[in-house]
Design a protein. Structure first.
Length: 283
């Protein structure tokens, strides 16, 4: 018999792999299967937090018209998350799925030295998002690593939920630029896509794409423009590779899932269908 720890691990696996836009439905199903609300409630805070930050869900800023991503990159602890653009810190309740409080940024919440670069990246990120991710949101963070290098992290999350047509999907990309002053920039990126189609079936697309590229350094405006030009190139290449994969799957994989001909190795003549043994047996 499975131990309580084994059960918790299985339950968390179900929840953390819930498709975008369907988390609460999976929670309801798991609760019905588990029949142990005490155990589910005990693990819920950590599991909900892990799911929300991994999915980089977006929330409306309580003081402005922009949207903010809830991510691990902006996590301060005790349910607080950075909103650098809004110059504030949000308190987010992962169980309720809503912002419950906010406060002004403190002196220790951001790295002032990196701010000129972070703001330049942020301006480019918003332009990029508006051009390419109609349903997206962007949050940009600035920090310094252990070597003292500047680190600017751009998070983009875009989702479309279409349950009436039985599909939901989310794009997540994280681009990290690491550089010292105006020196060469090391750009690393991770793109994840999850699409779920579930009309009379259960089909999911899951991708995890990593890329690294060197970008010439410069002042904040020059570097941020060069970085987002590179991001556009890399993400376009990724789109192209996906399209090629779809075409290949249509020509090979999907065809291998079905017979080109019936077991008789001959095409059915529908004008003579009544003469086939199967048709006769069905009369």
């Amino acid at each position: 018999m499975a131990s309580e720890d084994d059960i918790v691990q299985i339950v968390n696996g179900f929840l953390l792999n819930a498709p975008p836009g369907e988390f609460m439905e999976v929670v309801t199903d798991v609760r019905g299967l588990l029949k142990n609300d005490a155990l589910l409630n005990e693990t819920a805070p950590a599991t909900f937090r892990e799911y929300n930050t991994e999915q980089m869900i977006k929330v409306a800023s309580p003081t402005g018209k922009h949207q903010v991503l809830i991510t691990k990159y902006g996590e301060l602890g005790n349910g607080e998350y950075l909103d650098p653009y809004g110059k504030q810190v949000l308190t987010f309740d992962h169980i309720k799925g809503e912002v419950t409080n906010h406060r002004a940024l403190g002196s220790g919440d951001i790295t002032q030295e990196v701010e000129p670069y972070r703001k330049a990246f942020e301006a480019e990120a918003f332009k990029y998002q508006n051009e390419h991710y109609e349903n997206g949101a962007t949050t940009v963070y600035g920090s310094k690593n252990s070597d003292g290098a500047f680190v600017v992290t751009t998070c983009i999350s875009s989702s479309i939920f279409n349950p009436q047509n039985y599909w939901n999907g989310r794009w997540r990309s994280v681009w990290t630029a690491t550089f010292s002053g105006s020196g060469e920039c090391e750009l690393t990126g991770n793109i994840r896509i999850n699409v779920h189609y579930y009309e009379d079936g259960n089909v999911q697309l899951n991708t995890n794409f990593n890329k690294a590229k060197k970008v010439p350094g410069g002042d904040p405006a020059k570097l941020s423009a060069a970085v987002f030009k590179t991001i556009l190139t890399l993400e376009s290449e990724f789109h192209t590779s996906l399209e090629k994969s779809y075409r290949k799957m249509g020509d090979t994989t999907f065809k291998a899932l079905r017979r080109a001909l019936p077991v008789t190795r001959a095409k059915i003549d529908w004008n003579k269908i009544s003469s086939y043994k199967l048709a006769a047996d069905m009369k």
